[in-house]
Design a protein around this ligand. Structure first.
Ligand SMILES: C[S@@+](CC[C@H](N)C(=O)[O-])C[C@H]1O[C@@H](n2cnc3c(N)ncnc32)[C@H](O)[C@@H]1O
Length: 280
């Protein structure tokens, strides 16, 4: 991994090209298991449904929805209206096809193309009961305070943000054990690197890709929480988890729940976090 303080303004285009190219790879991959999803397979982490709570009758906006599987899961769980937003048109095309296969019309599940920062002028409704953001999302955004203001502006009074993300500590750890700091926790990026293939490749042969330049940022836990508070939201909880959904570090072992954790002789570290932030 290399870091650079200098990036030209084309990072958004190169990130979009990277994601566009990976959509067909993901749509036919085991981890995204589109066929299983259409048959009813769950794509949420075990803690998400309980932490979000009852979505029946709610209007939910999913920022950075990728192929819409999580978005559509909230519809399956009873949300009255779900809207998925992403900047990748190929991802939205898959999402719309999945919605159609599941029998959801535009009124129940809509997908819009937009940069996250332009969401307020792109989504069909002015406000939502729930704004949902899930793992692998805010690392693609340079300014977490601006993101928090966008989120707050999209929430109806009484609504809340639910965010579930990789813990920033997990980006600092050694690849062999995931228990030693080998990278700076305080550095925020941009982290600019060549990332051929996809994270779905660990289940099969390496994918051949040409758009490999990824520009990402690390947002510390304190910065995320402080940004949400500064945007006028009230933190309801912040949970840290010692498990992840893939073998992120070589020594990790898979448990009966399918999640990966360090072996018992290693210290546990935070790998994921979730939070809820309400608009009173
Ligand atoms: C890892 S996915 C997150 C969704 C889901 N948790 C998943 O793992 O499939 C990240 C998504 O962010 C989208 N994305 C990245 N930068 C974006 C931006 N600036 N505006 C809108 N979408 C963006 C990508 O197209 C991709 O679909």
């Amino acid at each position: 991994m290399s870091t650079s303080g200098e990036r030209s303004a084309d990072w958004l285009d190169s990130n979009r090209a990277l994601w566009d190219e990976r959509v067909p790879i993901h749509a036919s991959s085991d981890p995204y298991d589109v066929d299983g999803f259409l048959k009813g397979a769950n794509v949420l982490m075990d803690f998400e449904a309980g932490e979000v709570g009852d979505v029946a009758g709610k209007r939910l906006l999913h920022l950075q929805c990728h192929m819409g599987q999580e978005t559509l899961t909230w519809a399956r769980l009873g949300a009255a209206r779900v809207v998925g937003l992403d900047f990748s048109e190929p991802a939205l095309k898959v999402a719309r096809e999945l919605a159609a296969e599941l029998g959801y019309g535009e009124d129940r599940a809509a997908f819009v193309r937009s940069d996250v920062y332009e969401a307020a002028s792109s989504v069909p409704e002015a406000d939502y009961d729930i704004v949902y953001v899930s793992v692998g999302s805010i690392n693609w955004l340079p300014d977490v305070r601006r993101w928090a203001r966008v989120v707050a502006s999209l929430l109806a009074p009484g609504g809340f943000l639910y965010l579930y993300e990789f813990h920033p500590v997990s980006h600092t750890l050694d690849e062999a054990t995931g228990s030693r700091f080998v990278r700076d926790y305080i550095a925020r990026g941009p982290v600019v690197r060549e990332t051929p293939g996809s994270y779905t490749d660990r289940h099969g042969p390496a994918s051949s890709t040409v758009n490999n330049l990824a520009t990402e940022w690390v947002h510390g836990l304190g910065e995320v929480v402080s940004a949400l508070v500064a945007a006028g939201l009230r933190i309801e909880f912040l949970h840290e988890y010692d498990r992840t959904m893939f073998p992120q570090f070589k020594s990790f072992v898979q448990g009966e729940d399918g999640c990966f954790r360090p072996p018992p002789e290693q210290p546990r570290v935070p790998l994921l976090y979730s939070l809820r932030a309400a608009r009173d």
